[in-house]
Design a protein around this ligand. Sequence first.
Ligand code: SAH
Length: 339
Amino acid sequence: MSVYDLTIDELIEYFLKIGEKKYYATELFSWLYNKRITSFKEVTNIKKEIREKLGVDFIISNIEIIAVELGKDVRKYLFKLKDGEHIEAVLMRHDYGNSLCISSQVGCNMGCKFCESGRRRKVRNLTTGEMVEQILKVELDANLRISHVVIMGIGEPFDNYDNICNFIKIINHPKGLNIGSRHITVSTCGLVPKILEFSNFPYQVNLAISLHAANDKLRREIMPIAKVYPLKDLISAIKKYLEKTNRRVTFEYIMLSSVNDSKEDALELVNLLKGINSYVNLIPYNETDALQFKRSNPLTIAKFYDILKKNNITVTIRREFGGEISAACGQLRSKKEDI
Ligand code: SAH
């Protein structure tokens, strides 16, 4: 297994189990995440027998960068995993820091009609280590520190729940990557039981909900998950989440031309979100060759925005990155695998 799969508590457990002192866990964390070792041989302050045992029990590197596409303020990475599968991550430079969008699964089972990633069914979950390594490899390649992480790449994070929670624990840990919890965002298409479970997860991370439609009929058409969890259940789970965590959620809303971008759609959205502590992020759709959806024109987006604003909904229009380098979810992998 990868050494990056383990939280500090799991490493403590490991050292205790092999009859060693638990402070080695903290030591090892700082070798891994601060000094960025590439071999256990470098861990000079841990005695040789343990070093050798670590080398037998764990692998350090499990993923490699095989392609990078550069755009303005954006870099898109294609990784190859040990079993030959491919995943993607996107680095975006904002004025507030460097944000990395990571993948959580190989393929995705949610089947959203507008999404490139969903064209390939889920092959498997990513391990915690494979998610942690996306950050480490990009930091090394781009020679910078990642300050913000969004779990919005290929996959549905709440369909890989336990690994996502461990991933957050590791990257948030002061001796780990020390990325502030408020700088970490998990995005879900709306798996209701997991939203409820996540309200008990004791880290103040951000939750984003991919809404994309304000009524069940349309939502069912473009997001099959809506057949399992209708809006009534989704909104009620979000309200419970908000009550428990005292936080705010983000609603993501892709603007799809003539699908969900009319004045009526905007008013329906206002109604749905009334009284919910949230804000809406309007996302210009990234068109993709294999799918027929078109992006709304800027004027339509502006009108939609105005209706929300006038009705006291906090709303932003997402800044676009990487249109020129097929940075939309799943596009680089599709190109590579020619599907
Ligand atoms: N499965 C999770 C996270 C991955 S998708 C989720 O559904 O939230 C991250 C976001 O990108 C989602 O809001 C998704 O709907 C959106 N998305 C997918 N394809 C897109 C495209 N071509 N252009 C813009 N946004 C897209």
